[in-house]
Design a protein around this ligand. Structure first.
Ligand code: HEM
Length: 467
């Protein structure tokens, strides 16, 4: 997005939005191998055939490796909970392993368990509530940097939200940005994400990792820079005389109950990078798509503003407000239904498994297309429409557990779920009260899966601070 292009947004008026917010148009039927691969590389979500949005189980057998998409909530429960030990994170490991090693997101078995147990206490409800003030401060610092006049300014909202959520993670769970870390993340995480298409495709097709593929050297350089930056943070922490009680320190002090050993530097880097990346990119995308949706639904923007003014008043959003901001929560949940920040995840079957009448052979890649589940024709009314009333408490209680999965499910459910919800609500409430976010009527960026769900071409919006 050039500055000139951003500037053309200056004259934005609130548009009459097109009927449906941005979406992926699925191919009518499963494609041949080449078309599948081409579509997959452009946007993995564009290779999901229409049948996946209509049925509970769709098999694709034109690859060297069989692949199935499951959307039936009962089948998802099988994979994520009931028979979880019969499935492995092989493809995810191959995709993210070079960057995140054997950290909490990619590890399995006992290796995973103790890392999860070590990290879990940082995510207790009461401890999280104490993090609301730094979250709000980071948001207010962003607002303070915006132009303060009546015409406002053009902004790349996707970048802005990444910056705010990075500032949040560094002010709460992890040591704060030295600028080297911030720079490394900003420049290399994006490069890494951009190059993931080939790796994931190779993993799904079971092509050996040594086979050359585009983007590999750029990716390796990025990985090196990121891991090196985290190592210097660890060295800095070791040299400190008084050590803060944060997630980094807990990870450094923890001992594996089986071996009694502490994490090596490599393991520490794996986990710290996991938390830096998983802990801000996803929430940034949730906020980006939410602001987009609100710009198309001025009536919801007005309702949100009224709620924030009534619950919070003029002061900063505080911990006690979070639960009372019910409409704000509904909007965030509905936004993550339409645009799940982690749009697809998967497991590989380790043994033959039965899904109702369907047998899945060992070695099959089982994909859980969260994006398609959240827009499934049989599970949702008007699935492509933005309608936050779906998450009114009484209605939300009726949504089957395995039909709404922005944070996954089972024991591998996102450890940062409560943190992310609280953060998104606090940031959104603070932003909406301080400024108006508008977009061009023609803004309809295709949602593209690049580990997280990114808007194709970015999210250019116009931001005007409220008087
Ligand atoms: C809106 C924001 C977020 C979304 C949509 C999201 C989504 C997810 C999903 C779907 C998974 C499960 C993946 C799988 O089963 O294969 C996951 C796991 C994980 N997430 Fe999040 N996440 C978010 C925010 C966060 C935050 C804020 C943190 C940390 C501060 C975090 C840390 C993690 C970690 C460490 C895992 C791996 C957990 C394990 O395997 O035990 N996430 N996330």
């Amino acid at each position: 997005m050039t500055i000139a292009a951003l500037e053309t947004l200056r004259a934005t008026v609130t548009p009459a939005p097109s009927p449906l917010p941005a979406r992926v148009v699925p191919p009518k039927r499963p494609q041949g191998r080449l078309a599948f691969a081409a579509n997959f590389l452009r946007n993995p979500l564009a290779s999901i055939p229409e049948a996946v949005y209509e049925q509970g189980f769709v098999a694709y057998d034109k690859n060297r490796v069989p692949l199935v998409w499951i959307t039936d909530p009962a089948y998802i429960k099988t994979v994520t909970l009931d028979a979880r030990d019969d499935f492995s994170k092989a493809a995810q490991k191959r995709l993210l392993g070079p960057l995140l090693g054997n950290g909490i997101l990619t590890a399995e078995g006992q290796d995973w368990k103790w890392q999860r147990q070590t990290s879990a206490p940082m995510f207790r409800h009461q401890d999280l509530l104490a993090m609301v003030p730094p979250i709000v401060e980071a948001t207010e610092a962003y607002i303070a940097g915006l132009t303060h006049n009546s015409t406002g300014e053009a902004r790349a909202i996707d970048h802005d939200m990444t910056r705010v959520t990075f500032d949040v993670i560094s002010a709460t769970l992890l040591p704060g940005g030295n600028s080297e870390m911030e720079h490394a993340i900003e420049h290399n995480a994006g490069r890494f994400q951009a190059s993931t298409g080939w790796t994931l495709l190779f993993a799904l097709l079971n092509i050996p990792a040594w086979v050359p593929r585009p983007g590999r050297s750029v990716r390796s350089q990025g990985v090196h820079v990121l891991r090196h930056s985290v190592l210097s943070l660890i060295a800095h922490r070791r040299a400190m005389s008084t050590k803060p009680d944060d997630l980094m320190q807990r990870l450094m002090d923890a001992k594996n109950p089986e071996t009694g050993q502490q994490m090596s530097d490599e393991q520490l880097i794996d986990n710290l990078l996991t938390f830096y990346l998983a802990g801000h990119e996803t929430t940034a995308k949730a906020l980006t798509w939410t602001l987009y949706l609100l710009s198309r639904a001025p009536e919801w923007e007005a309702k949100l503003l009224a709620e924030v003014r009534q619950v919070v008043g003029d002061g900063p959003v505080k911990a006690e407000h979070i639960d009372k901001l019910t409409l704000t929560q509904q909007v965030v949940k509905e936004s993550m239904r339409l645009y799940p920040p982690a749009p697809q995840f998967g497991r590989m079957a380790l043994k033959d498994t039965q899904f109702g009448p369907h047998t899945v052979k060992a070695g099959t890649q089982v994909l859980i297309p969260v994006y398609a589940i959240h827009r499934h024709r049989k599970y949702w009314t008007d699935p492509d429409q933005f309608d936050p009333t779906r998450f009114e408490p009484a209605k939300e209680a009726k949504i089957p557990r395995y039909q709404y999965l922005p944070f996954g499910a089972g024991p591998r459910i996102c450890i940062g779920m409560a943190f992310a919800m609280m953060e998104a609500v606090a940031i959104l409430a603070t932003l909406v009260r301080a400024a108006r976010f508008t977009s061009q009527p023609s803004l309809n960026p295709e949602p593209i899966s690049r580990v997280t769900l990114v808007p194709k071409g970015g999210m250019p919006m116009h931001v005007t601070r409220r008087a």
